[in-house]
Write a protein that binds this ligand. Structure first.
Ligand code: 9L3
Ligand code: MG
Length: 145
């Protein structure tokens, strides 16, 4: 079971994890292990909202399950579908900036590796197509002079 986003899409949440919320210089990318169609692609970590769960609670839960860390959440990065980012036809995702407040991220569940990307290397990984406009919006927010 899952929770619903606009247009009857399945609700997903994700964190753009930064080394610092005030003066960020690096962003965490994560390489997916599944499903086969998405495996090998890079994303910002997160996952589906459970029924009856608040999206922000889902964000903390997913990041702890996948990476083993606690986070401090910052601003949201609004997408074009009532603030949500479309992921293909079936899913839509809410995205927040965040910072690791406790622990060191490890690929515990759903990822084969993690990579901190400095601004100049933001496009050095093969981002999943649906994550690319999100990364562009994040970069514009964080790093446009
Ligand atoms: N998804 C795409 N980009 C992301 C995330 C966190 C998730 N940054 C897609 C992949 C799956 C769906 O959303 O199709 C649900 O994600 P998950 O629960 O498999 O991580
Ligand atoms: Mg996930």
């Amino acid at each position: 079971m899952a929770s619903l986003a606009p247009g009857g899409r399945i609700a997903v949440v994700a964190a753009a994890l930064l080394d610092d919320l005030t003066a960020p210089t690096q962003l965490l990318s994560a390489q997916r292990t599944e499903p086969p169609l998405l495996a090998g692609g890079w994303e910002i970590p997160g996952g589906k909202v459970d029924p009856g769960e608040e999206p922000l609670d889902a964000l903390h839960r997913e990041i702890h399950e996948e990476l083993g860390v606690r986070i401090e959440v910052g601003d949201g990065i609004p997408g074009p579908l009532d603030g949500w980012w479309p992921l293909g036809e079936r899913y839509a995702m809410l995205v927040w900036l965040a910072r690791v407040s406790d622990g060191i991220p490890q690929p515990l569940e759903g990822h084969s590796q993690l990579r901190w990307l400095p601004e100049h290397a933001l496009w050095s990984v093969d981002w999943l197509p649906a994550n690319r406009p999100i990364l562009a919006a994040i970069a514009a927010t964080l790093w446009t002079p």
